[in-house]
Design a protein around this ligand. Structure first.
Ligand SMILES: Cc1ncc(C[n+]2csc(CCOP(=O)(O)OP(=O)(O)O)c2C)c(N)n1
Length: 660
């Protein structure tokens, strides 16, 4: 018996409906509406191999509308991915199930990225499509030629980030990027006409995209559109007119099918309407077999791809291996060590953003996998160096992306670059605008991606640009994100060390926060050890029986050293601790932490920003020197004074406290 097309797509529909019903929560409407598009894509077009989900030249499939997660889990199960069994589907939305509420990235599972916050998946897909272009240029189109497919919903396209990343994709002419727009005209509040009247054709054509329009339930139209998109020299968006909750007599076409179980009565009606006479979670064997066959096609595809590679120079194979599997960080330690020694001799005063530029310039000559960029602040963030080669639509043989003024987009694209494999992305903006990147930084951390954020102009020290540009609460906000290392180096030595940690880190993104203004060289000795690795270390101590410990980060380490001098003038011994990374310090043994922050010492913390993340270190008896108000527009030294961050004022405070 031949299996009909709609039996294949109905398998997705019923797995989704039944899983949502069993979990008593979830989103059945979208998988029911997009089941036909997904079936055509997987049956005829998507090149993937369930037996090797890490195949580098696989087409990427991104479910940007992550709330429709059951669509993805159904596809993975039906195509026989090892990651998703029927038991997993029965445990949809339960603790430890791979079938989480929204797709959560897991390498090798077929879940290519974490989605749920609308718009992020689109940004990741743009990053993946850029990565594909970079590697196609490097290895040739017979080796790397994969497509990136995305399902995006009304909500994805309403989000501002969709503008940023799709505009960039059009500019870069990412022809292997194909987006299916689930144009069902329904969102949570009701019809999308409540809130949007965009002319999508004009919108996307103005970005430089192809815009195609089809009936998203018509097998032939869907397939023809994908074929057409595949031949295009621009990115393509296929607007698929679909019915949310397709097949539900009372809820299809309505917001009521979007985000809650259909209910047993309605599900019985859907079964009747779609002629599906199977029990929950039961898929007839012939349908399962047909889906399995779809998956098995991939085996052949990868085999053919391997044959192509086998015919090439063996060096290509080892180069592929080196690029995607075994990053070569060899040479990094030597380079860092050499640089550290060099600067120990010259002890330069440099803004840490300049320090970072010198690091990038050196390491990018060594590490081709570094792809940098900035959201239109290259010169200020010092992200572009003499070794930067610009990537553009005509030439992807480069290592630097001008993201334009698109911070949020940049961060989501960097996640996509990292997810593709073989790339360590870094990108810059002002620390104040890390707020514009936050949702994507959070996802870098949640996914455990090696993404490096460069945030310069890290405090009131930027001076005259004023309070709109002076970060106050940003450091605290970033530090509140789990699994993100926030580095604030104090000099060139620390900048080198922090970069080294960021590059070596396996599953943790990094934010390297840098000053606009110059800082002196503070490193006390030339050791091979990476002092920043433990998060904090002693810079200078006037006596081992010091009764004050000054703990600072970044530019305020200089201030701490000045306070130390003043205290000494008054016969008060103290210790200066630099704490470039709280997250690493907090992970150290209790002994180490107690050695650094001695119990009987008066702990004084200094940072030109919110004190919130420092409060835990003073244990109620110390002093937090920081800023809990907005800054001012003035030359920076005046602002420091105005906001009480001067050695005189801090010394007075300490003396007063010691007298208490
Ligand atoms: C950034 C973000 N804001 C809000 C939400 C909550 N949310 C989930 S789906 C959705 C909109 C649903 O409409 P649509 O995108 O058209 O999906 P469909 O109804 O077609 O499934 C919203 C607001 C979210 N997931 N992400």
């Amino acid at each position: 018996m031949t299996v009909k097309f709609n039996q294949l797509s109905n398998a997705i529909r019923f797995l989704s409906i039944d899983a949502v019903q069993k979990a008593n929560s979830g989103h059945p409407g979208m998988p029911m509406g997009m089941a036909d598009v997904a079936t055509v894509l997987f049956k005829y077009h998507l090149r993937f191999n369930p037996k090797n989900p890490n195949w580098i030249n696989r087409d990427r499939f991104i479910l940007s509308a992550g709330h429709g997660s059951m669509l993805l889990y159904s596809l993975l199960y039906l195509c026989n991915y090892k990651s998703v069994s029927i038991e997993d589907i029965k445990k949809f939305r339960q603790l430890n199930s791979i079938c989480a509420g929204h797709p959560e990235y897991k390498k090798g599972s077929g879940i290519e990225t974490t989605t749920g916050p609308l718009g992020q998946g689109l940004g990741n897909a743009v990053g993946m499509a850029i990565a594909e272009e970079i590697f196609r240029k490097k290895f040739g189109s017979s080796i790397i030629n994969n497509k990136t497919y995305v399902i995006a919903s009304d909500g994805d396209l309403m989000e501002g980030i969709s503008h940023e990343v799709m505009s960039l994709a059009g500019h870069l002419k990412l022809k292997n990027l194909i987006v299916f727009f689930d144009n069902n005209k329904i969102s949570i509040d009701g019809p999308t006409s409540l809130s949007v009247s965009d002319n999508y054709k004009k919108r996307f054509e103005s970005y430089g995209w192809n815009f195609l329009e089809i009936n998203g339930h018509n097998e032939k139209q869907i397939s023809k559109a994908i074929s057409k998109a595949s031949k295009s020299n621009k990115p393509t968006i296929i607007s698929c007119k679909t019915i949310i909750g397709f097949g539900s007599p009372n809820k299809s076409g309505k917001a009521s099918s979007h985000g809650s179980p259909l209910g047993n009565e309605e599900i019985t009606l859907v079964r009747k309407k779609l002629k599906w006479n199977n029990k929950p979670f039961e898929i007839p064997q012939e349908i399962l077999d047909e889906w399995k066959k779809i998956g098995e096609n991939g085996l052949l595809l990868e085999k053919k791809w391997q044959e192509v590679i086998n015919k090439k120079d063996p060096r290509i194979k080892s180069e592929l291996e080196k690029t995607y599997v075994n990053y070569n960080l060899e040479g990094l330690e030597n380079l860092i060590e050499k640089e550290k020694s060099k600067y120990f001799e010259s002890k330069p005063s440099m803004a840490t953003r300049q320090c970072s530029m010198s690091v990038i310039e050196n390491i990018s000559a060594l590490l081709p996998q570094l792809i940098g960029g900035s959201a239109d602040l290259s010169g200020s963030n010092n992200t572009k160096t003499n070794n930067s080669k610009i990537i553009n639509s005509k030439n992807f043989n480069g290592n630097y992306i001008h993201y334009g003024v698109r911070e949020h987009g940049m961060a989501a694209v960097m996640n996509g670059l990292a997810l593709y494999a073989g790339i360590i992305p870094y990108g810059g903006t002002f620390l104040i605008f890390s707020d514009y990147c936050k949702p994507s930084i959070r996802l870098s951390a949640l996914m455990g991606l090696k993404v490096i954020y460069i945030f310069s102009h890290d405090s009131i020290g930027l001076g005259e640009d004023g309070p709109t540009h002076q970060p106050i609460e940003q450091l605290t906000g970033l530090r509140a994100i789990p699994n993100l290392n926030v580095f604030r180096p104090a000099d060139i030595n620390e900048t080198l060390e922090c970069w080294e940690i960021a590059l070596k880190s396996k599953n943790t993104p990094s934010a390297i926060v840098l000053s606009r203004q110059k800082v002196p060289y503070i490193n006390p000795d030339n050791t091979k050890d990476n002092k920043c690795e433990k998060g904090a270390y002693v810079v200078n101590i006037t006596s081992h029986e010091s009764n004050v410990t000054l703990v600072a980060s970044g530019t305020e380490v200089e201030l701490a050293l000045k306070v130390q001098e003043k205290l000494m003038e008054n016969n008060i011994n103290s210790k200066v601790v630099s704490m470039p990374c709280m997250e690493l310090f907090n992970k150290q043994s209790e002994n180490y932490r107690n050695d650094i922050l001695e119990k009987d010492s008066l702990i004084v913390t200094l940072e030109a920003g919110s004190i919130m993340s420092w409060q835990k270190y003073i244990k109620n008896k110390g002093i937090n020197c920081g800023i809990d108000q907005f800054g001012e527009s003035a030359p920076y030294k005046e602002i420091y004074n105005h906001l009480d961050l001067s050695e005189e004022k801090i010394t007075n405070l300490i003396q007063k406290k010691l007298r208490e």
